[in-house]
Design a protein around this ligand. Structure first.
Ligand SMILES: [Zn+2]
Length: 342
Protein backbone atom coordinates (compact mmCIF):
# COMPACT_ATOMS: atom_id res chain seq x y z
CA UNK A 1 0.00 0.00 0.00
CA UNK A 2 1.25 3.43 -0.88
CA UNK A 3 1.97 5.74 1.98
CA UNK A 4 0.04 8.68 0.67
CA UNK A 5 1.63 12.04 1.36
CA UNK A 6 -0.11 14.82 3.20
CA UNK A 7 -0.14 17.70 0.80
CA UNK A 8 -0.42 21.33 1.72
CA UNK A 9 -3.17 23.22 0.00
CA UNK A 10 -1.87 26.62 -0.92
CA UNK A 11 -4.76 28.96 -0.90
CA UNK A 12 -4.84 31.30 -3.83
CA UNK A 13 -7.45 34.02 -4.01
CA UNK A 14 -9.90 33.88 -6.93
CA UNK A 15 -8.50 37.02 -8.51
CA UNK A 16 -5.23 35.21 -9.08
CA UNK A 17 -6.93 32.72 -11.35
CA UNK A 18 -8.23 35.64 -13.32
CA UNK A 19 -4.74 37.03 -13.59
CA UNK A 20 -3.54 33.87 -15.26
CA UNK A 21 -5.57 34.69 -18.34
CA UNK A 22 -3.62 36.24 -21.22
CA UNK A 23 -4.29 39.88 -21.79
CA UNK A 24 -3.50 42.27 -24.57
CA UNK A 25 -1.49 45.25 -23.56
CA UNK A 26 -1.59 48.72 -25.02
CA UNK A 27 1.50 47.98 -27.05
CA UNK A 28 -0.10 44.85 -28.51
CA UNK A 29 2.05 42.30 -26.73
CA UNK A 30 0.20 39.43 -25.14
CA UNK A 31 1.25 37.86 -21.92
CA UNK A 32 -0.06 36.41 -18.72
CA UNK A 33 -0.91 38.98 -16.11
CA UNK A 34 0.40 37.74 -12.83
CA UNK A 35 3.21 40.09 -12.17
CA UNK A 36 2.90 41.54 -8.76
CA UNK A 37 4.23 39.00 -6.36
CA UNK A 38 3.02 38.66 -2.84
CA UNK A 39 5.98 39.72 -0.76
CA UNK A 40 5.53 42.07 2.15
CA UNK A 41 7.51 45.30 2.23
CA UNK A 42 11.10 44.61 3.22
CA UNK A 43 11.71 45.04 6.96
CA UNK A 44 8.04 44.56 7.87
CA UNK A 45 6.90 43.35 11.26
CA UNK A 46 4.19 40.74 10.84
CA UNK A 47 2.01 40.16 13.87
CA UNK A 48 0.91 36.59 14.54
CA UNK A 49 -2.22 35.74 16.52
CA UNK A 50 -3.04 32.21 17.67
CA UNK A 51 -6.64 31.07 17.36
CA UNK A 52 -6.38 28.15 19.75
CA UNK A 53 -3.51 25.70 19.98
CA UNK A 54 -1.60 24.11 22.84
CA UNK A 55 1.55 25.58 24.33
CA UNK A 56 3.49 22.81 22.55
CA UNK A 57 1.99 23.71 19.19
CA UNK A 58 2.67 27.40 19.77
CA UNK A 59 6.28 26.65 20.62
CA UNK A 60 6.76 24.79 17.33
CA UNK A 61 5.26 27.76 15.50
CA UNK A 62 7.59 30.25 17.20
CA UNK A 63 10.61 28.05 16.53
CA UNK A 64 9.93 27.32 12.88
CA UNK A 65 8.75 30.84 12.01
CA UNK A 66 12.12 31.90 13.38
CA UNK A 67 13.92 29.73 10.83
CA UNK A 68 12.90 32.30 8.23
CA UNK A 69 13.65 35.45 10.20
CA UNK A 70 17.22 34.27 10.76
CA UNK A 71 17.65 35.02 7.05
CA UNK A 72 14.78 37.22 5.90
CA UNK A 73 14.54 40.88 6.86
CA UNK A 74 11.21 40.35 8.59
CA UNK A 75 10.09 40.22 12.20
CA UNK A 76 7.29 38.09 13.63
CA UNK A 77 5.54 39.64 16.62
CA UNK A 78 3.49 37.03 18.47
CA UNK A 79 0.62 39.08 19.83
CA UNK A 80 -2.67 37.38 20.64
CA UNK A 81 -4.10 40.79 21.57
CA UNK A 82 -3.80 42.03 17.99
CA UNK A 83 -7.18 41.42 16.36
CA UNK A 84 -5.83 42.61 13.02
CA UNK A 85 -2.64 40.53 13.12
CA UNK A 86 -1.39 39.86 9.60
CA UNK A 87 -1.08 36.11 10.28
CA UNK A 88 -3.81 34.28 12.22
CA UNK A 89 -3.28 30.61 12.95
CA UNK A 90 -5.88 27.95 13.70
CA UNK A 91 -5.11 24.32 14.57
CA UNK A 92 -8.11 22.44 13.18
CA UNK A 93 -6.98 18.80 12.77
CA UNK A 94 -9.71 18.20 10.17
CA UNK A 95 -8.66 21.01 7.86
CA UNK A 96 -5.18 19.97 6.78
CA UNK A 97 -2.26 22.35 6.62
CA UNK A 98 -2.50 25.45 4.48
CA UNK A 99 -1.74 29.12 4.35
CA UNK A 100 -2.63 32.08 2.25
CA UNK A 101 0.34 33.52 0.42
CA UNK A 102 2.07 36.74 1.52
CA UNK A 103 0.07 39.95 1.27
CA UNK A 104 -3.06 37.98 0.34
CA UNK A 105 -3.37 37.42 4.09
CA UNK A 106 -4.54 41.01 4.38
CA UNK A 107 -7.56 40.23 2.20
CA UNK A 108 -8.93 37.64 4.61
CA UNK A 109 -11.69 38.66 7.07
CA UNK A 110 -10.20 39.33 10.50
CA UNK A 111 -12.26 36.63 12.19
CA UNK A 112 -10.81 33.98 9.90
CA UNK A 113 -7.49 32.19 10.04
CA UNK A 114 -4.90 32.89 7.37
CA UNK A 115 -3.11 29.61 8.20
CA UNK A 116 -4.25 26.24 9.54
CA UNK A 117 -1.89 23.74 11.09
CA UNK A 118 -3.98 20.59 11.17
CA UNK A 119 -0.76 18.59 11.29
CA UNK A 120 2.69 19.78 12.28
CA UNK A 121 4.96 16.88 11.28
CA UNK A 122 8.57 17.75 10.63
CA UNK A 123 8.98 21.08 8.92
CA UNK A 124 5.30 21.58 8.06
CA UNK A 125 5.05 24.77 10.08
CA UNK A 126 8.11 26.29 8.42
CA UNK A 127 6.61 25.32 5.06
CA UNK A 128 3.39 27.17 5.85
CA UNK A 129 5.35 30.19 7.03
CA UNK A 130 7.13 30.07 3.68
CA UNK A 131 3.72 30.66 2.09
CA UNK A 132 2.93 33.39 4.63
CA UNK A 133 6.02 35.34 3.59
CA UNK A 134 5.14 34.95 -0.10
CA UNK A 135 6.67 31.70 -1.36
CA UNK A 136 4.90 29.30 -3.71
CA UNK A 137 5.17 25.55 -3.92
CA UNK A 138 8.46 24.27 -5.24
CA UNK A 139 6.76 21.34 -6.97
CA UNK A 140 4.91 23.89 -9.10
CA UNK A 141 8.09 25.67 -10.16
CA UNK A 142 7.92 25.92 -13.96
CA UNK A 143 11.58 25.00 -14.02
CA UNK A 144 10.60 21.93 -12.02
CA UNK A 145 12.06 18.55 -12.65
CA UNK A 146 9.08 16.42 -11.71
CA UNK A 147 7.57 14.40 -14.55
CA UNK A 148 4.17 13.62 -13.13
CA UNK A 149 2.28 10.44 -13.93
CA UNK A 150 -0.98 12.35 -13.92
CA UNK A 151 -3.24 9.31 -13.83
CA UNK A 152 -1.54 7.94 -10.72
CA UNK A 153 -1.40 11.32 -9.00
CA UNK A 154 -5.10 11.97 -9.55
CA UNK A 155 -6.01 8.46 -8.36
CA UNK A 156 -3.85 8.61 -5.24
CA UNK A 157 -4.93 12.10 -4.21
CA UNK A 158 -8.53 10.94 -4.60
CA UNK A 159 -7.99 8.60 -1.65
CA UNK A 160 -7.52 9.47 2.01
CA UNK A 161 -6.25 11.63 3.62
CA UNK A 162 -6.75 14.15 0.84
CA UNK A 163 -9.94 12.92 -0.92
CA UNK A 164 -9.46 15.38 -3.73
CA UNK A 165 -11.39 15.41 -6.97
CA UNK A 166 -9.44 15.66 -10.21
CA UNK A 167 -9.77 19.44 -10.48
CA UNK A 168 -8.40 19.90 -6.96
CA UNK A 169 -5.50 17.53 -7.58
CA UNK A 170 -4.67 19.35 -10.78
CA UNK A 171 -4.77 22.72 -9.07
CA UNK A 172 -2.80 21.80 -6.00
CA UNK A 173 -0.18 19.55 -7.52
CA UNK A 174 -0.10 19.20 -11.28
CA UNK A 175 -0.72 22.73 -12.40
CA UNK A 176 2.46 24.68 -12.74
CA UNK A 177 2.42 28.33 -12.00
CA UNK A 178 2.74 30.81 -14.79
CA UNK A 179 6.40 31.74 -14.90
CA UNK A 180 5.50 35.23 -13.77
CA UNK A 181 4.13 34.02 -10.49
CA UNK A 182 7.20 32.20 -9.35
CA UNK A 183 10.26 33.90 -8.01
CA UNK A 184 12.71 31.08 -8.17
CA UNK A 185 15.00 30.42 -11.06
CA UNK A 186 15.81 26.76 -10.77
CA UNK A 187 14.22 23.74 -9.22
CA UNK A 188 15.49 23.08 -5.70
CA UNK A 189 15.03 19.45 -4.65
CA UNK A 190 16.00 20.37 -1.07
CA UNK A 191 13.49 23.22 -0.66
CA UNK A 192 11.19 23.13 2.34
CA UNK A 193 8.57 24.36 -0.12
CA UNK A 194 8.71 20.93 -1.76
CA UNK A 195 6.63 18.03 -0.55
CA UNK A 196 7.35 14.33 -0.45
CA UNK A 197 6.01 12.58 -3.54
CA UNK A 198 6.48 8.84 -4.14
CA UNK A 199 8.53 7.69 -7.10
CA UNK A 200 5.53 5.89 -8.62
CA UNK A 201 3.77 9.25 -9.00
CA UNK A 202 6.23 10.12 -11.74
CA UNK A 203 6.88 8.84 -15.24
CA UNK A 204 10.63 8.53 -14.76
CA UNK A 205 10.48 6.93 -11.31
CA UNK A 206 12.12 9.92 -9.68
CA UNK A 207 10.07 11.16 -6.74
CA UNK A 208 10.89 13.81 -4.22
CA UNK A 209 11.92 13.63 -0.62
CA UNK A 210 10.36 15.39 2.32
CA UNK A 211 12.49 18.29 3.40
CA UNK A 212 12.25 19.15 7.06
CA UNK A 213 14.58 22.12 7.24
CA UNK A 214 15.27 25.15 5.08
CA UNK A 215 17.62 24.43 2.21
CA UNK A 216 20.61 26.62 1.43
CA UNK A 217 18.67 28.02 -1.52
CA UNK A 218 15.62 28.69 0.67
CA UNK A 219 17.81 30.70 3.02
CA UNK A 220 19.59 32.55 0.24
CA UNK A 221 16.35 33.29 -1.57
CA UNK A 222 14.59 34.60 1.56
CA UNK A 223 17.56 36.90 2.17
CA UNK A 224 17.94 37.86 -1.49
CA UNK A 225 16.89 40.93 -3.45
CA UNK A 226 13.58 39.36 -4.52
CA UNK A 227 12.45 38.73 -0.97
CA UNK A 228 13.80 40.35 2.20
CA UNK A 229 17.42 41.48 1.97
CA UNK A 230 18.99 42.73 5.21
CA UNK A 231 21.03 45.20 3.21
CA UNK A 232 18.15 46.48 1.06
CA UNK A 233 15.85 49.44 1.64
CA UNK A 234 13.31 48.77 4.39
CA UNK A 235 10.09 50.28 5.60
CA UNK A 236 12.11 51.94 8.36
CA UNK A 237 14.26 53.79 5.85
CA UNK A 238 12.13 54.43 2.78
CA UNK A 239 12.80 57.15 0.26
CA UNK A 240 10.60 60.08 1.22
CA UNK A 241 8.19 61.54 -1.30
CA UNK A 242 6.39 64.84 -0.82
CA UNK A 243 2.81 65.20 -2.04
CA UNK A 244 2.66 67.69 -4.92
CA UNK A 245 6.44 68.05 -4.97
CA UNK A 246 7.76 70.38 -7.67
CA UNK A 247 9.93 67.61 -9.15
CA UNK A 248 9.47 63.91 -9.64
CA UNK A 249 11.83 61.61 -7.74
CA UNK A 250 14.32 59.61 -9.82
CA UNK A 251 14.98 56.00 -8.97
CA UNK A 252 16.13 52.78 -10.56
CA UNK A 253 15.81 49.06 -10.24
CA UNK A 254 19.50 48.21 -10.17
CA UNK A 255 19.34 44.52 -9.31
CA UNK A 256 17.01 41.88 -10.76
CA UNK A 257 14.03 41.45 -8.48
CA UNK A 258 14.90 44.38 -6.27
CA UNK A 259 12.11 46.37 -4.62
CA UNK A 260 12.28 50.10 -4.00
CA UNK A 261 10.37 51.53 -1.06
CA UNK A 262 8.88 55.01 -0.83
CA UNK A 263 6.84 56.74 1.85
CA UNK A 264 4.79 59.89 1.96
CA UNK A 265 2.57 61.69 4.43
CA UNK A 266 -0.95 62.72 3.54
CA UNK A 267 -1.75 65.85 5.52
CA UNK A 268 -5.01 66.62 3.81
CA UNK A 269 -7.39 63.79 2.97
CA UNK A 270 -8.52 63.43 -0.60
CA UNK A 271 -7.93 61.76 -3.93
CA UNK A 272 -4.26 61.08 -4.57
CA UNK A 273 -2.45 59.70 -7.57
CA UNK A 274 0.91 57.97 -7.31
CA UNK A 275 2.55 57.02 -10.57
CA UNK A 276 5.81 56.06 -12.21
CA UNK A 277 7.15 57.30 -15.54
CA UNK A 278 9.95 56.31 -17.82
CA UNK A 279 10.94 53.37 -20.00
CA UNK A 280 10.91 50.78 -17.22
CA UNK A 281 8.07 48.26 -16.81
CA UNK A 282 7.05 48.88 -13.22
CA UNK A 283 4.61 47.25 -10.83
CA UNK A 284 3.58 48.99 -7.63
CA UNK A 285 1.82 48.27 -4.36
CA UNK A 286 0.44 50.93 -2.01
CA UNK A 287 0.13 50.29 1.75
CA UNK A 288 -1.33 52.38 4.56
CA UNK A 289 -2.44 54.47 6.34
CA UNK A 290 0.20 54.21 9.06
CA UNK A 291 0.89 50.55 8.30
CA UNK A 292 3.35 49.10 5.82
CA UNK A 293 1.38 45.82 5.70
CA UNK A 294 -2.14 47.13 4.99
CA UNK A 295 -2.38 46.71 1.24
CA UNK A 296 -4.58 49.34 -0.42
CA UNK A 297 -3.98 48.68 -4.09
CA UNK A 298 -1.60 47.19 -6.60
CA UNK A 299 -1.06 48.08 -10.20
CA UNK A 300 0.93 47.03 -13.23
CA UNK A 301 0.17 48.96 -16.38
CA UNK A 302 -2.39 51.65 -15.64
CA UNK A 303 0.17 54.40 -16.09
CA UNK A 304 1.69 55.73 -19.30
CA UNK A 305 2.99 52.84 -21.47
CA UNK A 306 4.06 50.12 -19.00
CA UNK A 307 4.18 52.36 -15.97
CA UNK A 308 2.17 51.93 -12.80
CA UNK A 309 -0.46 54.31 -11.55
CA UNK A 310 -2.63 54.08 -8.44
CA UNK A 311 -5.40 56.56 -7.71
CA UNK A 312 -7.08 56.32 -4.33
CA UNK A 313 -8.94 58.37 -1.80
CA UNK A 314 -6.54 58.60 1.12
CA UNK A 315 -7.23 59.72 4.66
CA UNK A 316 -4.55 61.56 6.63
CA UNK A 317 -1.61 59.38 7.56
CA UNK A 318 1.58 57.81 6.33
CA UNK A 319 1.67 55.63 3.22
CA UNK A 320 4.19 53.24 1.72
CA UNK A 321 4.73 52.39 -1.93
CA UNK A 322 6.67 49.31 -3.02
CA UNK A 323 7.98 49.39 -6.58
CA UNK A 324 9.36 46.46 -8.57
CA UNK A 325 10.22 45.69 -12.13
CA UNK A 326 7.58 43.64 -13.93
CA UNK A 327 10.17 41.10 -14.96
CA UNK A 328 11.73 40.00 -11.72
CA UNK A 329 14.08 37.59 -13.44
CA UNK A 330 15.82 40.05 -15.73
CA UNK A 331 14.24 43.49 -15.47
CA UNK A 332 16.20 46.60 -14.56
CA UNK A 333 15.94 50.26 -15.38
CA UNK A 334 15.34 53.86 -14.43
CA UNK A 335 12.05 55.53 -13.64
CA UNK A 336 10.61 58.49 -11.79
CA UNK A 337 7.88 58.45 -9.16
CA UNK A 338 5.61 61.14 -7.79
CA UNK A 339 2.48 61.52 -5.69
CA UNK A 340 -0.07 64.27 -6.25
CA UNK A 341 -3.27 65.30 -4.58
CA UNK A 342 -5.91 65.81 -7.20
ZN1 LIG B 1 2.26 24.45 0.84
Amino acid sequence: MTNRPKVCVDRVLPRDFMRLQPTTRAAGRTRAVAPIGKTWANGSTLRVRFMGGTSEQKKIVRDQAGWWTQHANLTFDFDDAAPNAEIRISFDPNDGAWSYVGTDCRSIPLNDATMNLGFMDGGTTAHEFGHAIGLAHEHQNPAGGIQWNEEVVIRELGGPPNLWDEATARHNVLRKYAADQVNGTKFDPDSIMLYFFPADWTLNGVGTKANEVLSDLDKAFAAGAKMYPKTGPTVDQPTELVVNAARRTSASIGTFGEADLFAFNVKKAGRHVIDTRGPTDIVMKLFGPNSPTALIAEDDDSGVASNARIAANLVEGRYFAQVRHYNRASGRGNYTVAVARA
